[in-house]
Design a protein around this ligand. Sequence first.
Ligand code: ADP
Ligand code: MG
Length: 622
Amino acid sequence: MGRIRVLSDNIANKIAAGEVVERPASVVKELLENSLDAGATDIRIDVENAGRRLLRITDDGCGMLRDDALLAFERHATSKLHEVKDLDAIATLGFRGEALPSIASVCRLTLETRAEDESTGTRIEIAGGKMLSCEEIGAVRGTVITVRDLFYNVPARKKFLRSEQTELAHIASLVTHYSLAHPAKSFELRNGAANLLNVTPVDTLRERVFQVFGTQTLDELIDLGVIEKAVPFDPEADPVRFRLEGFVSRPQVQKNNRNSIFIFVNGRLIRDRLLLHALSAAYFNLMPAGCFPFALVFLTCDAGQVDVNVHPAKTEVRFHHQTVVHDFVRDGIRDRLIATRPAPAFAPSVQPAAYMPFSEFTQALQDAEPVVPEITDVSEAPVFSLRPEPGPPARFDFTTLPEPTVAKVPDTHGTFPPEVLGDNTASLTSLQDLRALGQLHNSFILAVGRDGLWIIDQHVAHERILFEKVLRQMAAGRVEVQSLLMPVVIDLTAGQQIEYARIAGELAAAGFETEPFGNRTIAVKAAPAAVPPGCLEQVLFEILEIAEKELRSVSLEAFRRGVAASIACRAAIKINMPLDATKMDWLIRELAATDYPMACPHGRPIALQYSTKEILKAFHRI
Ligand code: ADP
Ligand code: MG
């Protein structure tokens, strides 16, 4: 890293300045980002009382020269930015030169540092922003910053701190996620004697996810692999490249807020409306509205494509080509979700992971407010109420849970060939080989395949089949229509009348032939063939309601999906309906042929699998 300089007023004024120190986690964030910018590969964070009493970060980065160490505490002193044009392509996490002076003004701070080029190190002590001492010390290369008594001189700020557990959850979340962004580096986090995170360098993100969350979580996640796109914005120049990597949860992992979504843009943890929306759009119709996935996604692009100088806490960004980025992220994730076709397991795996289970870990984080603020107005149409996730109280020491012992009974009744055990991760690709055995309560189809026992909800299965069929027909402009012998006359409210006038064209495209019939009344002359005549009014009212919600905020595509979902729901076979073997087999075959046989358009699961392995475990045969 180059030498530190104080920015000229001209640049300083162009920086989205802001207060960075709100809570212990914000101190950790700034110091951690500095260590990463300094090229550290081994970072250790010690806190006491969740950072209120003590917070120390030790790195093996480039360190600072004596003069630089003194300069670092001046406002707008940075080694990362020199000219106004540098702001156009910021490649470091920090760039404002504000964090150290801000932090030093609200605590007792000690800096110990040594750069490669100097034979001795430097130790500086500051309290409440006042320099107390500066001396030469013996030190290894790198930097240690110790923050004691945070907010000792700003009691008002101290009062706003939350419980120790909440503050610690913020810190743990932050360090954990930066550790996920840098699998090749080691991170250690301790609160007093408790070791909260200790990860050594690994080659892949997958291995780091395993280190942090354990194998059970990996089973709940879908690896996005590497998704790339090159866009030739300018025919004269090289195309602009975008890359997406990371993990997202199977749609069955449903969170009731966005706190389990971690998005990194060029290595920076951010909270971005556009990308949150892209993620929700990827799960659209795969997860109930109002539920959210777990996501750990890394978007990489040329630094010139994204402006990070838009938010005081550097937690928001602005892309130059918003639509391209949004659609790239949405389609990349959605295609992976559709290609993977993961099936929800019927029973949770018998053996809990050795690490803190994913649900517990994220539950702990959910109890805390997000470090980067929650965005609440991402446009979505909440239709279903949320199911709060029951979970045990937060626990952080997730490296020390003992492995439970499961009794193994010696097998005296023959053994199963190994292929019976198969792969524990169920995939809906095996749906096409299922054989229906019968129905449970005339509502659920029981079926068997090579990989176990399946239970299929006949209503939602049919719903998914019809949903995709209607959508396809709508996209092709060829909806199967039935003419009504007698037009159905429907009275509208004033609000519905307005929506009707607005979407008449779209209604026609969806297969509804309607015309105004006096004041606030319409006559329906033809409707999509799939809609049972008795449900016509209900379906139309639902569509008008969707129009009100969706077209204001979201896209035509979202509207069409809503319409298709509404038609499919009314037209699908109901529960409590006996089906013969031919019908059951037809339903399974058709379901297997859908793009996404794992969830109904409202996000409910369609098919549950009880794998052979789980059955054997439950009978203590393995
Ligand atoms: P910024 O990160 O925006 O430049 P900071 O106030 O966070 O501003 O840090 C000021 C400067 O101090 C940095 O530009 C960097 O040169 C130096 N610095 C801070 N922390 C470290 C560290 N851990 N190792 C080496 N240099 C550091
Ligand atoms: Mg910084």
